[in-house]
Design a protein. Structure first.
Length: 469
């Protein structure tokens, strides 16, 4: 019995997809900080330089140290992903690596540039003039966005393959520009970059929302909340609009995926929009529909024809339509929630010119980071599960790309253990740093050589000499 189960797992792509999915699900959160945290930090530094604001400068210095920790952890998780592509998907890399690998090659260049300038930015505190130091962070911002675009270009190519010539099952020529800038790249890149700013902004703001709830109402905590929340709040309505555009793009370019997202069983017009619901034996339970609204969303007309999953054989339809649909609904619902939260603060600022500090606002704000991460992970479920059974849409099946190795379940367990450790590091180290910052005066912190080193020696009251740590 055990041998039979092992054989099924060995030839089934589920363990490999689970390993890749868990790795991506962890790394994408760190990738968001790599894309957007520099902007949050540099905004605080800009305010500090422009206005002579000591609280803003203190935030910028501290955030830069957290950024360094997250970049280091992200480098580890990103390296794991690189190995997984070759080990878990030999059918993909062996056949299409010449095209698929282009985006990752560019991403490697941008990541090294980002890492180099993170080092320059950290080392440059008190060693460069204020504005020279601020400008030294700009390559981090640019490299983060271009690196994200490069990775997303690779994923976009899987959804809209282009720029290659295939002969007898092998690539004979590649057009790098067409591969990189395939039809899906502009849409998915904008969607991912906006998601990165929302995740980073709301997560950082959530930390300071908790501090405000605990009664820390000084300028340091108010500014620590306001800067990242404003950045995320600006991205939120743009993301909602971008999501609507992408849904329409998917409806025309990956209609079967869209059919799974929206429970469109049969091709036709006046298709209803399902909100919630579980699909069982072709019937939707526990959901409600809006007549004709899906057709309106696709073509701005209730008579717009929407393609259903009856347009392809059953073996070419995405699995788990309920998971895809509910993930899509969750992503959209949380997106509107975050946009409404940002609009609430924006409205209050417009009329009162101050920060909302009531519990009714701060409690959901403290949870906004978790909501943003959940929405992003749900979106990736829609993207990846919705493309199945294809790993390269309508070109290569996932079952033909997966490794035949029988050891994937073992490596899956190892990867989960590794990411459990990295999760502790990613959350634990900034928490330890934060506790120390609350105990020390800013002057003592300025004397530190490293943010995690031994505490500065305190002079003895009796001898006047430093005591041993």
């Amino acid at each position: 019995m055990i041998g039979a189960v092992a054989h099924v797992l060995a030839v089934n792509p589920v363990p490999a997809r689970s390993q890749m999915g868990s790795s991506l699900g962890f790394h994408i959160i760190l990738a968001c900080f790599g894309v957007a945290f520099a902007v949050v930090t540099m905004t605080a530094e800009f305010i500090g330089i422009k206005r002579g604001d000591a609280a803003a400068m203190l935030l910028a210095r501290r955030w830069s140290k957290v950024m360094a920790v997250l970049v280091a952890v992200g480098a580890v998780s990103g390296t794991v992903l690189s190995y997984e592509l070759g080990l878990l998907w030999p059918g993909l890399m062996g056949r299409f690596g010449a095209a698929f690998g282009i985006g990752f090659s560019y991403e490697g260049i941008f990541f090294f540039l980002e890492a180099i300038f993170v080092g320059v930015y950290l080392y440059g505190w008190r060693r460069l003039s204020p504005w020279a130091h601020w400008w030294s962070g700009m390559p981090i911002v640019v490299s983060g966005i271009l690196g994200a675009m490069s990775v997303v270009a690779a994923n976009s190519w899987m959804n809209s393959p282009a720029g290659y010539t295939l002969s007898h099952g092998k690539i004979t020529s590649v057009d790098p520009v067409s591969v990189y800038f395939n039809a899906a790249t502009p849409y998915q890149t904008a969607h991912m970059v906006l998601a990165a700013y929302m995740v980073t902004g709301f997560l950082v703001a959530g930390v300071y929302a908790v501090g405000l709830l605990r009664g820390r109402r000084d300028r340091y905590h108010r500014l620590g909340f306001a800067i990242p929340f404003t950045i995320a709040g600006i991205a939120a309505p743009l993301q909602v609009m971008m999501g609507d555009i992408i849904a329409r793009f998917v409806a025309h370019n990956q209609p079967v995926k869209f059919a799974a997202m929206e429970y469109v069983a049969r091709t036709g017009d006046e298709i209803p929009e399902w909100v919630g619901g579980i699909l069982i034996n072709g019937h939707v339970y526990f959901g409600f529909s809006i007549p004709g609204f899906d057709s309106i969303l696709v073509g701005f007309n209730p008579h717009t024809r929407v393609i259903g999953w009856d347009s392809v054989p059953p073996d070419q339809r995405p699995p788990l339509p309920t998971l895809i649909h509910l993930s899509f609904d969750l992503m959209v619902g949380l997106g509107f929630f975050l946009m409404a939260l940002a609009a609430w603060q924006g409205w209050w600022w417009w009329f009162h010119r101050r920060l909302l500090v009531t519990a009714w606002f701060l409690v959901p704000s403290a949870l906004s980071g978790v909501a943003a991460v959940t929405a992003m992970e749900a979106g990736w479920v829609v993207t990846e599960v919705g493309r199945q059974p294809w790993i390269v849409y309508r070109v290569l099946l996932t079952s033909n790309a997966v490794t035949p190795s029988s050891g994937v379940t073992v490596t899956l367990g190892v990867i989960l253990f590794l990411y459990a450790i990295l999760t502790v590091v990613s959350i634990g180290v900034p928490m330890i740093m934060s506790r120390r910052w609350r105990r020390e005066a800013p002057a003592e912190e300025e004397a530190e050589q490293v943010p995690y080193g031994p505490a500065p020696a305190v002079p003895s009251a009796s001898s006047g000499r430093p005591e041993a740590p």
